[in-house]
Design a protein around this ligand. Structure first.
Ligand code: 26Q
Length: 817
């Protein structure tokens, strides 16, 4: 089908006509997308079946990555790239008069995630397949992904994201592989041959129906599976629905209520809220996933005590922790294992990644909710807790305090992190600093108990999507300089260092950046009707909106720049375009205020004749994977300015670095490791260090008020938050922001870091003028970004946590058992 351009064109035209029943000049871009998508899907299908057969025959351990989120974005372009037919298709379509990029735009983003954690899962799937590992995803097929964001009058408005509206060419519904998930009910115990046997009766049964999405490896013919579960009613409409007249409506109500389980993705809130439906979702994912894994394992006809040889389950944060008691339940209640043997199997199978430091975000569930919704699972958790506490008391005689701190159930809450740590053989953080904080502070007790379980796996991103696909012109320039080895060995990007001072190469890098900036500028023009100066610095902050990420620091600094220009219209500033993209959780009031503030700032600075040539601000609505692919290649400056100690890793920092943006950042998360590679010549550091932040928290001694009174510039911008003026017109005011900084003493040290940030930004503005030096910094960033490729990360997980080896390679399949 894709063997060469002519074949492709012929086959494609025929299908297009066959599929639409229209003549070639009548088809729409939608038709073209659908036809191309189904053709690519078919091509993948061949390899998909073969891959599954190979894995079964090979008999090696397979990894299942359990995650409530897979933020995969669009698949057409990436699948074409990984199949190795992108060029053929782009040219073929071009000759037929169509632009592949426009066709790609027809695909809805699969926005099944909030941000970093969900996107990481998607990057990992790409690396797993591309490195030839047998590693699959297990998630939920939400009918509605993360909300679509509109900005109306500067405010965020949320709309439902019905991404399946036009259908989804990539998924295959597998009704034959559905499994039953049971909620509620009561546990009955019987004695059979002197053994206690448990069964849940009168429960509510829900079908979990899998929709499989192929995950295509890069030019290695491997196709792994992302299995997404959808909830369907398992009830028989002819039975048990009240009075004869009420049956039908009762049934429909019931059906709808059951199907809400996979209806929508919960937005990540700043504080953890224990919602029943979310708990249902988590159990639904875990129970369906575990059952499906065991079915596959059954094909091997091996005893269950060998499960861990063949299966690894990795849980993405604590959200899928119920996989632990669920696997215990099945092993004991259905496979007749005793507690100790089952426990040994479970802990050998499961490993866990932590992604959060913020204690208010740690997941806990009311004990009673778990007991009622999942009675048998609750019994198992209770027994785990009993045994765990008893063993702790033995380990630490007399230390009742420590035991209470570490308990899995305490104060009427089930603590998911404790459950996850106790039930896993490996616990990892996502950047060196983060893992360190887990060991020394957040999970200190557990680290003392299980030191061998803790390890670090610094995050990484897929260079295939974030460089080769999102920034093809940069990929081409890189290839021109160092060949194409880096495409399968991203660490080889390092070879670019030899070209950092090469004036011709610098020119090429600059010109690629400029082209990308023009592309983004035309997007902005379409959206905002404003012409952007592409010679200005494109300064980008794109990420979820959170207080700790400090979009507010960036915003206050822009207000200050505005003030300085107004005071001195001839101020010598390098023109800048500040670009924001961020969704706020719908219930996160402060975050929404910050969005409104940024939009007010944009309105003022973009329209003031004195500032508009020096300062522009754009808040681009609906930040998503596909918008990221447009923004990131165009960035000159990358804002990674979280309060030190708060950002577990960050991954946007890596994407921007790989695309040649220069970071202004704090020593937080993976920035620390970026700085180790880049040093001061290629990265701009500022702000408090973690130890200083901790010291302030411990000892007090920070006064936001004092800074307000001492620093005139700070005082002025803060006053502008509440008094009528350029940023608060028509009686608006940002009281809550103002008070969070002054009355509540600025929890995230925005004011404390303000001066350092402003000075650093000033330096950036001046340095940017030296275009040779700037290009050099940019090249060093690209060169050193190989360390942050997901392939490196996945190889570490594979060898150090999962104990697996690649099965597919570009040369073929590795030896069978
Ligand atoms: C939990 C319960 C109920 C509803 C929502 C949630 C929920 C959902 C998503 C809680 C947290 C999240 C997402 C967290 C997240 O994205 N963390 C980020 O993970 C990245 C990948 O490791 C890191 O790079 C970031 O530093 C970290 O913030």
């Amino acid at each position: 089908m894709f063997s060469n351009k002519e074949n492709f064109k012929n086959e494609f035209k025929q299908r297009l006509i066959g599929k639409t029943g229209r003549q070639i000049h009548e088809v729409t871009e939608d038709d073209i997308y659908a036809a191309l998508g189904s053709m690519v899907r078919e091509q993948i299908g061949q390899n998909w079946a073969a891959t599954n057969r190979t894995y079964l025959e090979h008999g090696q351990r397979q990894v299942y990555y359990f995650s409530m989120e897979f933020l995969i974005g669009r698949l057409l372009g990436n699948n074409l790239l990984n199949l190795g037919v992108l060029q053929t298709v782009r040219e073929g379509l071009g000759e037929l008069g169509w632009d592949l990029e426009d066709i790609e735009e027809q695909e809805a983003d699969a926005g099944l995630g909030n941000g970093g954690l969900g996107r990481l899962a998607a990057c990992f799937l790409d690396s797993l397949a591309s490195l030839g590992y047998a590693g699959h995803g297990n998630g939920i097929r939400y009918k509605y992904g993360l909300f679509e964001q509109k900005i109306i009058d500067g405010h965020q408005v949320e709309l439902p994201d019905y991404w399946l509206q036009k259908g989804n060419v990539w998924e295959v519904r597998r009704s034959d592989k559905r499994v039953n998930v049971r909620f509620w009910g009561n546990v009955e115990m019987r004695e059979v041959d002197g053994k206690e046997v448990f069964e849940t009766k009168n429960g509510e049964d829900v079908w979990a129906v899998p929709y499989d999405v192929p995950v295509v490896g890069y030019e290695n013919s491997a196709v792994n599976t992302l299995r997404l579960w959808s909830a369907e009613s398992a009830a028989d409409p002819t039975r048990g629905f009240g009075s004869p007249s009420g049956n039908y409506y009762n049934f429909l109500d019931y059906k709808r209520s059951v199907e809400t389980v996979s209806e929508f993705l919960y937005p990540d809130d700043s504080e953890y809220a224990g919602k029943l439906l979310r708990l249902k979702q988590e159990y639904f994912l875990c129970s369906a996933g575990v059952q499906s894994i065991l079915r596959t394992f059954d094909k091997l006809r091996l005893p269950y005590d060998r499960l861990a040889e063949k299966v690894a389950i990795h849980i993405n944060d604590t959200h899928p922790t119920l996989a632990i008691p669920e696997l215990m339940r099945i092993l004991m209640d259905e496979k007749e294992f005793g507690w100790d043997e089952a426990w040994e199997i479970v802990t050998s199978v499961v490993s866990y990644t932590n992604h959060t430091i913020l204690s208010e975000a740690l997941e806990t569930w009311p004990e009673q909710m778990v007991r009622e919704l999942l009675p048998r699972v609750y019994m198992i958790i209770e027994e785990m807790n009993r045994r765990f506490c008893a063993s702790l008391l033995e380990e630490y005689p007399g230390e009742q305090d420590r035991v209470s701190r570490m308990a899995i159930i305490a104060d009427g809450q089930v603590k998911m992190a404790h459950l996850a740590i106790h039930g896993s053989h490996s616990i990892n953080g996502v950047a060196a600093l983060h893992t360190d904080i887990l060991k020394k502070r957040e999970m200190k007790d557990f680290y003392e108990l299980y030191p061998e379980r803790f390890n670090n796996k610094t995050n990484g991103i897929t260079h295939r999507r974030w460089l080769m696909h999102a920034n093809p012109s940069l990929a081409e320039v890189i290839e021109g300089a160092i060949g194409s080895d880096w495409k399968t060995r991203p660490d080889r990007l390092n070879d670019l260092l030899a070209h950092a001072d090469d004036a011709v190469f610098q020119d090429k890098i600059r010109s690629v950046k400029h082209t990308n900036k023009e592309r983004l500028a035309s997007y902005i023009y379409k959206k905002h009707g404003v012409t952007v100066d592409t010679n200005s610095i494109f300064d980008v902050q794109v990420k979820r909106l959170h207080a700790y990420k400090r979009q507010l620091l960036n915003a206050l600094h822009i207000m200050d720049l505005y003030n300085r220009i107004k005071d001195n219209p001839t101020l010598d500033l390098t023109p800048r375009t500040f670009i924001f993209g961020a969704k706020a959780a719908p219930g996160y009031y402060m975050a929404k205020q910050i969005i409104k503030l940024i939009n007010n700032i944009a309105n003022t600075v973009n329209n003031d004749p004195q500032t508009k040539d020096l300062l522009n601000v754009f808040f681009l609505e609906n930040y998503s994977v596909s918008l990221a692919e447009k923004i990131i290649p165009a960035a000159d400056v990358s804002e990674q300015i979280s309060t030190a100690g708060k950002e577990a890793s960050g991954t946007g920092n890596m994407k921007l670095m790989m695309n040649g943006a220069v970071t202004v950042g704090t020593l937080d998360g993976a920035n620390v490791e970026m700085y180790e590679s880049l040093g001061d010549e290629a990265m701009y550091l500022f702000g408090l260090r973690v130890e200083e932040v901790e010291k302030y928290y411990r000892e007090g001694g920070y006064s936001a008020q004092a800074i307000y009174h001492e620093d005139e510039r700070v005082k002025r911008v803060l006053d502008q938050l509440i008094y009528p003026g350029p940023f608060c017109q028509y009686g608006q005011s940002f009281d809550p922001i103002y008070h969070s900084l002054l009355s509540h003493n600025d929890e995230y040290f925005v004011l404390r870091d303000f001066a350092g940030y402003a000075d650093t930004q000033e330096r950036i503005g001046m340095d940017y003028r030296n275009s040779k030096e700037w290009a050099r910094k940019s090249i060093i960033n690209i060169a050193k970004s190989g360390r942050f490729a997901g392939d490196r990360t996945i190889n570490e997980y594979a060898t150090e946590i999962w104990g697996i080896k690649p099965i597919f390679s570009r040369e073929g399949v590795h030896g069978t058992r």
